[in-house]
Design a protein around this ligand. Sequence first.
Ligand code: NAP
Length: 372
Amino acid sequence: MKTRKLGRTRQPIPAIGLGTMGIGGYSTKDASKDDEAVNLLRKGIDLGMTFIDTAEGYGAGHSEEVVGRAIRGFRNQVVIATKFSPENSTFHEVLGAARRSMERLGVDCIDLYQAHWPNPRVPIQETIKALSRLVQEGAVRYVGLSNCSVREMKLAESCLPRDSLVSMQQEYSLLERTVELQSLPFCRHRGYTLIAYSPLAQGMIGGEDRRGTGLSEMARHYGVTVAQLVLRWLTHDECVTVIPKASNLAHMEENSAASDFSISKRDYDRIAELYKMDIRRIPTDLIRVADDAGRSVYRSLKEAIENRYHIVPSPVELSEQILAGEMLKPIKVRQVNDPSGRDSYQLIDGRTRYWAWVIAHEGQQPIPAIVQ
Ligand code: NAP
């Protein structure tokens, strides 16, 4: 396993770590596969994936409990990263959330404590003050931000004890390369680790090359799988660590070996070209917002403005950020057949961003989107 340093510290981390979203449940606790998950995580640690990313929000905290069980007896071999939810961003809430995470993980110190999402209702300085306190008390070794802007990273940098800010966690896969515009160059320049989440595009890329782009052929040439080729491509940059999630042994083993080969410059560039981001601007009224996979989705502008699911940041808050010039990721849509013959799309990622854009531009501006 190739390793790298966490931010500008001396702490080594593997190029390929372990994601845990879904382990222990998604938005609610699911303990039905705990034993299996503990064994699998231990296998991953054995294989060198000693950087584990979890969150208080995964499985309503149960993911941390499963991780805690898996690392019992191996605490010194792993770097544990967890996150507090945006609802817990005030000074006292951050302190309380950290204490509860430590209890669930069974540790007396969190290696990397990350803000899962910025909360526009709480000044970031207040959140950072709590993180500084945790660092000073020794409850947290390092701090990271997730789903944040470069501006927020710079603010955090100026408020935290020297070198305790180490990472930015962002979505990064061949199908979502927005980070290459600002976050990645920033991390490279400042020496931060870019923790790439959903590196296999939540399974949309990995098992097979659905676009028929020649990725499978290239993978065969290297004697690896498409998932391994993709993970290797992403970790080509020394500041990137990927955290794929695997719930079966074959995937876990495959992922652990994805840093053990090199891609030629020619093939690296070819992959970059094949998966160049094709961002289109699509009128918002051509996009259907369906209730996919039972997630909480607003179906109308009125519902989005009311925000009855208490999403943080809310569509209205996010629309204010859009109007202030904040760069958001493009939404993802799939083209669908419309009997009328009009172009028509179904929203597959970016529920809050979609409504925020509609609110910000009163439905009059086409939205940046990736068609998958
Ligand atoms: P992902 O890792 O891109 O994709 C996971 C999917 O890929 C699963 O369906 C998995 O299948 C499949 N897979 C794994 N290894 C494979 C392989 N070798 N070949 C083929 N398919 C493979 O998606 P993710 O879970 O969204 O992201 C990873 C981690 O990032 C999360 O677990 C979480 O820790 C973190 N994350 C953070 C945020 C954030 O807001 N900060 C958001 C999302 C995710 P099996 O399960 O069947 O093995």
